[in-house]
Design a protein around this ligand. Structure first.
Ligand SMILES: Nc1ncnc2c1ncn2[C@@H]1O[C@H](COP(=O)(O)OP(=O)(O)OP(=O)(O)O)[C@@H](O)[C@H]1O
Ligand SMILES: [Mg+2]
Ligand SMILES: [Zn+2]
Length: 198
């Protein structure tokens, strides 16, 4: 998977440095078998450490999180089913996680997985993490709407995050409209493009 990010802007965040990267102290989320989950959810990794074969991406992201070097935009590019959407969601959780990095519950920049934000993002109903299927919302009107909405502060969490899946399908005109927001977004907006061009 290839990984790109826009240059880091001035930092509004409150993410702090971790004490260390001892992954052994993390309880395994995959051990949670309570209740019913659809297969795709059940086996979707919820931590960077559980993402297989993309260490160069997850390591870079965890370093950026721990150093509070958060870019406005990230593009995850690569073949189908290698974890682009999965990683985007883990980053969203890590960014909006309420547990401070460097605490016993969250020694590393991994999301804690148990706070309200982490749970809501995992369940797909967090108000400040908006997933958009760009394949069906690819026109200028939809992008203008997104641009307008992005101007408002997050409802509750630290960042307002847009995950644009299949972002390569956005029309050229719409993409141009989006560029300005991508280049100079309000400080609380972070975009991800799930992108299928390898
Ligand atoms: N690197 C990975 N490590 C562990 N599981 C993975 C990995 N990549 C994908 N998976 C599993 O495969 C499924 C699909 O992954 P995901 O939706 O993140 O892929 P994608 O790259 O966004 O695919 P698409 O191009 O179709 O959007 C997920 O349920 C996830 O559990
Ligand atoms: Mg995807
Ligand atoms: Zn959390």
């Amino acid at each position: 998977m290839k990984y790109f990010s826009t240059p880091a802007p001035t930092q509004p965040g409150t993410i702090q440095s971790p004490l260390g990267r001892s992954e052994a102290r993390w309880p395994s989320r995959s051990a949670n078998t309570h209740g019913y989950q659809v297969l795709a959810r059940k086996y979707r990794p919820q931590r960077f450490a559980d993402v297989a074969g993309q260490d160069h991406v997850t390591r870079t992201l965890m370093n950026a999180l721990s150093q509070n070097r958060i870019a406005h935009g990230y593009i995850f590019s690569g073949h189908r089913g290698i974890g682009k959407t999965t990683i985007a969601r883990i980053v969203a959780q890590a960014l909006n996680c309420r547990t401070t990095i460097g605490t016993p519950e969250r020694p590393t920049p991994e999301p804690c997985g148990v706070c309200d934000s982490c749970i809501e993002i995992r369940q797909g109903n967090a108000v400040d993490v908006i997933e958009i299927d760009a394949a069906t919302n690819r026109g200028i009107d939809e992008i203008r709407e997104l641009r307008e909405a992005a101007r408002y502060a997050p409802a509750r969490d630290r960042y307002k995050i847009y995950i644009l899946d299949e972002a390569h399908q956005i029309t050229e005109a719409a993409f141009n409209a989006l560029l300005k927001t991508l280049e100079e977004p309000p400080a609380h907006v972070i975009f991800y493009d799930g992108h299928n061009r390898a």
